[in-house]
Design a protein. Sequence first.
Length: 531
Amino acid sequence: MAKKITAIPATKSKFTSQPLVNAEKRKVCGYARVSTDHEEQQSSYEAQMEYYTTYIQSRPDWEFVGMYSDEGITATSTTHRDGFKQMVADALAGKIDLIITKSVSRFARNTVDSLTTVRKLKDKGIEIYFEKENIWTLDAKGELLITIMSSLAQEESRSISENTRWGKRKQFADGFASVPYSHFLGYDRGKNKGEFVINEEEAETVRLIYKLFLAGLAPCSITKELEKRGLKAPGGGDKWCDGTVRSILTNEKYKGDALQQKSYIPDFLTKKQVKNNGEVPQYYVEGHHEAIITPEVFGLVQDEIKRRQGMARRYSGVSIYSSKVVCADCGNVYGTRTFHSTDKYKHMVWQCRHKYGDAPVCRTPNLTTEQIREFFIKAVNEVIKNRDEIFENIEHLQKTANRTDKLEKELEVASEEVSKAMKVLEDLIEQNARVVLNQETYAQKYNELTETYNAKKKRYEEIQEEIHRRQSADRNNKNFLRIMKGRKKLIKDFDEDLWGGLLKDILIERDGTATVRFKQGMEITIKPDAK
């Protein structure tokens, strides 16, 4: 008996489980995006919006549910595309059956994001139509085409990113620099490209920050002082934060220079910036623009930052006296203590923070603020009395011990030797990657070359550190001479500018003897009975 086969046609879509002959209209939306805020892109954005609105509404079998859009946002990631995310959420909630968009590149330039979104929507029976490529994602060949087109779009984005990066680095190499002027205190954008123009009102705030720091205040105390004076933060806000102050204190642009490419973007998809620790070239431009802070003062601030970071104890900069008075018994700093806080005999003294701590108890005396000031006044007057001899000795040091010309030549030679040692090591590694070497011999040679490289690098760093030490001493000597050469008469009153500019700290002995130690390196001892 012959077999009889009857085909029963499908009546439902295998993707949506909806009847193939469905009288219901498909709920359709359009998605438009442009990646910049430029005027020509603005017109493209408006054209997309108008076109898809008219196109969808002209179809009798479609129900127009609206337009979703992202304006002026890059497509390499969907993270910050609010319109896109809202559209996907609405689709998954059953509000959309079909999404119409211009092309794969308008949808996403990230292959992973694109395919993930397409598959997520496909699982719910939601289709996307890419008009330019004529791709329907529920079509059998849709995902293959999407994968190919998304990859091409991603490579286009990579190419754009590489070209942009090359352009930026070319600008850096040519000495061009720029900052976000609206959030960068002290400078305005000039008429010419890359021109920095000093904003005098903001520049005064910058100078005050440097002055307060050298006077002894910590960034947290500086922020309080700035807010107390009603000075505006970068961007025009009233609130300051410690990080902003630290950034201003360490930014070389305030001394007129520009270090380019402090950070870079390793992944064009995430666009996350990371600190440049030598992975890509940097460019340092000296004298790029007019300085707000002199190079000498900027250097003094960097020296002070390094000194505070290197202190065995935690630096306290609540007031100009904090961390400036040191106990000779334990090496700790003096802090304030209030006696009789609730009655008329209330008074405040400075004492070693370990005086009433664990044994052994420090026996250095308590001091009043007036006594601390008096020690400093007497030390400064000793300098003024012996000014000619002191100045002559400092100037002699400037000409001899603090010179760096020979060391800088040594540094150039050491730098070349480090580079050569690194090249030999890299050649060995590359050779081992190309040719199968005896690994025992390779390891021995590798260890020898690594040891040579480390030794040369250590020597380079030692020379560099000695140059920095001499330059720091030179700055402090020049600063000392600059401040004191105009002082010929003995001082009677305490001067905060002198205190901040000259003093490193005051060491207090058990008998009350004070050793006033200047940043320049000179020490003057003041006996408790000295007049």
